[in-house]
Design a protein around this ligand. Structure first.
Ligand SMILES: Cc1cc2nc3c(=O)[nH]c(=O)nc-3n(C[C@H](O)[C@H](O)[C@H](O)COP(=O)(O)OP(=O)(O)OC[C@H]3O[C@@H](n4cnc5c(N)ncnc54)[C@H](O)[C@@H]3O)c2cc1C
Length: 478
């Protein structure tokens, strides 16, 4: 067993003092949770309104999932585009997809406005497919993207792929055939089972560092309108008709006209909705917790930044593409070590464990041997390591992901009391969606008319993504 040791927090090099709430406070808007969702919400709320904002964080900024992730930037949902269309229709599904893809531009705008130094690497990432059914699912999705007017990339398929001839003619504009050696070389593997690549726009950043820098900018730019309270856990949230009270302790509370919950789905807040139907139980059932385990090692800086996902090998496409079997993902980006030398940091994720009760998750939990062995095996049999190589990890870390029942982030007002908003539910790919969520919430706060979307919280969200969606359940020893 190992301690939870994240490379992102290691790089944080924080200099600000931690300032907790020191008495009662009044604001127009209270944001609860200081991860990338809360900080992006603060950024856009301050930019797009004149309101007084307080951000209340139980611990320290960016020390939740934002400080414990894989650090790659992507705009896909962990559901196929075709299943989004089945649930929402092509118009709403493509608007939702387009909205998340627009976050690349938002990211550039934020960086430019705040003159940020946090490095962000952008490149084409690869998803590796090992069977023709998987390839057909992606081709079908891409055909639907074309129909919806969304940009697509050409799939790359090995000239030695079995069943190549079974690909319907209607997809012929959507893929290209390459020598098998090229496919394996791009995937940095010698595992001959991989037959195709889905290329996609991707990136890498340390989201904790990004948040720490952005919060510094907000504190400096809006001293009159912005307050940050760290080490300030909200115990109870009482919603009235036109204001809310955040109980911190017997002697400290925050009163605000509107509240945005950016807690990733996990909190110990008791929510009391005095004017309407109870929210509490429903809210807690909405988001399930999955612990994700990651490992990282450094090597010489000889290769460019990369992101490669190795999708499940077995074909299992009864209802969606991301089901059941484990898939591992890997990122590579420059990383400065203690000696101030820059190396490449290789991060691998994949093993996950479902949390029955997320209140039992603790960041201090030790890192289980089983997760490390899974990652060892992946590196040995897929990513170029010989089985004899000893792998020395510099970092082993875990974090909690919030999965909404339909696999889509919740962004918008609570139907039972619209003074409460949500920007939460990461679904594994949550960095760019959190930023988009921040912008969308600011539209509501500014009084702008906001069109309905796939992100709207509804009272009747159903379990659309099957339970077996959980990619890799570890049999953790008690
Ligand atoms: C292992 C792992 C790997 C991942 N990899 C990727 C990836 O590669 N790419 C990607 O896009 N996404 C990834 N994600 C998801 C991504 O990290 C999250 O979607 C994102 O960080 C969520 O940000 P957040 O602000 O919603 O949540 P968090 O960062 O968890 O922030 C929530 C904050 O709310 C605070 N809070 C909770 N309750 C209270 C309370 N009662 N009072 C006050 N404050 C409270 C917490 O202390 C916390 O700081 C990964 C997640 C994990 C766990």
């Amino acid at each position: 067993m190992f301690v939870n040791n994240s490379p992102w927090l290691k790089q944080l090099n924080r200099t600000r003092p931690v300032t907790a709430l020191d008495g009662d406070h009044h604001a127009d808007v209270a944001i609860i949770g200081g991860g990338i969702a809360g900080i992006s919400t603060a950024f856009y709320a301050l930019k797009n309104t004149n309101k007084h904002i307080i951000l209340v964080e139980a611990g320290k900024i960016a020390h939740g999932a934002t400080g414990h992730n894989g650090g790659f930037l992507a705009t896909y949902f962990e559901r196929s585009f075709s299943s989004l269309i089945s649930e929402f229709g092509i118009k709403k599904a493509s608007e939702g997809q387009q909205a998340i893809e627009s976050t690349w531009t938002l990211l550039d705008e934020i960086r430019e406005e705040a003159k940020m130094q946090t490095p962000i690497w952008q490149f084409t990432g690869y998803a590796a497919c090992a069977n023709i059914d998987e390839v057909l699912v992606h081709l079908r999705n891409n055909a639907l993207r074309v129909k919806a007017g969304l940009p697509t990339t050409l799939l790359m398929i090995s000239d030695e792929a079995k069943d190549l001839s079974s690909i319907p003619d209607m997809y012929k504009e959507l893929y290209t055939v390459l020598p098998k050696a090229d496919i394996l070389s791009l995937l940095e593997t010698t595992d001959e089972e991989y037959i195709a690549i889905l290329p996609e726009r991707k990136g890498c950043m340390n989201s904790a560092l990004f948040c720490e820098e952005l919060i510094g900018y907000l504190l400096a730019k809006y001293p009159e309108r912005f307050t940050l309270a760290e080490n300030t856990p909200v115990r109870r949230l009482v919603l009235k008709d036109s204001y809310a009270v955040l109980d911190i302790s017997k002697t400290k509370k925050v009163t605000a006209k509107e509240v945005v919950l950016c807690t990733n789905g996990f909190e110990n807040i008791n929510i009391v909705n005095t004017p309407g139907k109870a929210i509490n139980a429903k809210f807690h059932q909405l988001v399930r917790g999955i612990v994700g385990y990651m490992a990282g090692y450094t090597e010489e800086l000889s290769k460019p930044p990369a992101e490669i996902s190795y999708l499940p090998k077995k074909s299992n496409h009864s209802s969606d593409i991301y089901e059941e079997d484990p898939y591992f993902y890997l990122t590579r980006r420059p990383f400065e070590t203690e000696t101030k030398e820059t190396h490449n940091l290789i991060c691998i994720g994949g093993p996950e464990a479902l949390m029955d009760d997320t209140n039992n998750y603790n960041q201090e939990h030790l890192y289980p041997d089983e997760a490390r062995s899974e990652i060892d095996n992946f590196l040995r049999y897929t990513y170029k390591h010989s089985p004899k190589d000893k792998i020395e990890y510099k970092f082993l870390w875990h974090g909690l992901m919030g999965f909404t029942p339909n696999g889509i982030r919740l962004i918008g007002p609570e139907p039972n009391n619209p003074i409460l908003y949500y920007n939460l539910g990461c679904n594994g790919v949550g960095l760019l969606p959190s930023i988009y969520g921040g912008q969308r919430i600011s539209w509501f706060l500014s009084g702008k008319k906001v069109e309905p979307s796939i992100f709207d919280p509804k009272g009747d969200i159903k379990q659309v993504v099957p339970k077996k969606h959980i990619r890799k359940r570890l049999n953790l020893k008690k």
